[in-house]
Design a protein around this ligand. Structure first.
Ligand code: HEM
Ligand code: HEM
Length: 163
């Protein structure tokens, strides 16, 4: 009997998605502030820079909670009709997404609070990889929904268990 995602897992998935999307849409003030710091200048308080830092730290907290939950309650097995190679790709993508959801805020914090240029570079590289993985993830979800017709989206929409 497959174990569906819980209500908490589904809420966390979509909340973190919204927060990550905001980090990308609102990154400009943070990038500008960092350029000023790199050039040896100092930056005045900017609410959008604060939103990037606080939003990113919130993502870190929620992702740690999410991984804890995942380890405790598990996840449904991938649909049986999915080809083995795609299953492998889905697992690797999910793992990569978790790693980057931790790596992004950690590298950002080391850059911002520790003034480490290498961490800022890592943040930039990971930003591109995360975007590519999310694109792959969304293509995979749509492929399931409309080509394999496994109704996969429903797994992240309808909680099968309380909690
Ligand atoms: C999942 C969380 C995060 C995401 C998705 C994210 C995303 C981004 C993006 C898209 C940029 C623009 C990169 C560019 O201009 O090429 C950026 C820049 C930056 N972010 Fe974040 N960020 C996150 C968390 C954080 C946190 C928690 C901090 C600090 C405490 C931070 C500090 C910075 C800094 C200093 C920059 C400018 C340096 C650079 O471009 O690498 N970020 N972030
Ligand atoms: C920042 C963007 C996103 C991230 C970081 C993300 C991350 C993840 C991760 C790590 C999982 C695996 C959960 C697990 O089993 O442990 C997952 C599952 C899922 N995601 Fe996303 N996701 C994002 C956006 C989206 C979007 C936009 C869609 C819809 C088009 C989507 C649809 C799904 C679905 C349907 C599942 C369940 C897959 C399954 O049951 O095997 N995700 N997501």
């Amino acid at each position: 009997m497959p174990i569906p995602y819980t209500r908490a897992q589904i809420r966390l998935h979509w909340l973190v998605f919204i927060l990550i999307a905001l980090q990308y849409v609102l990154h400009e003030p943070m990038s500008e502030a960092w350029d000023v710091i790199e050039d040896g200048g100092s930056v005045a308080f900017d609410p959008l820079v604060f939103v990037h830092v606080a939003g990113g730290m919130l993502i870190l907290l929620l992702v740690v909670l999410r991984i804890g939950l995942r380890l405790r309650v598990g996840a449904p097995p991938l649909p049986a009709e999915e080809p083995a190679a795609m299953k492998m790709l889905a697992h690797v993508t999910h793992l990569g997404l978790y790693v980057l959801m931790i790596g992004m805020p950690v590298s950002g914090a080391v850059a911002w609070f520790g003034g480490a240029e290498a961490a800022a570079e890592a943040h930039e590289v990971m930003r591109a990889i995360l975007l590519a993985l999310v694109a792959l993830h969304v293509v995979g979800a749509l492929y399931h929904q409309f080509v394999l017709k496994t109704n996969l989206m429903n797994r992240m929409r309808t909680p099968g268990r309380a909690g």
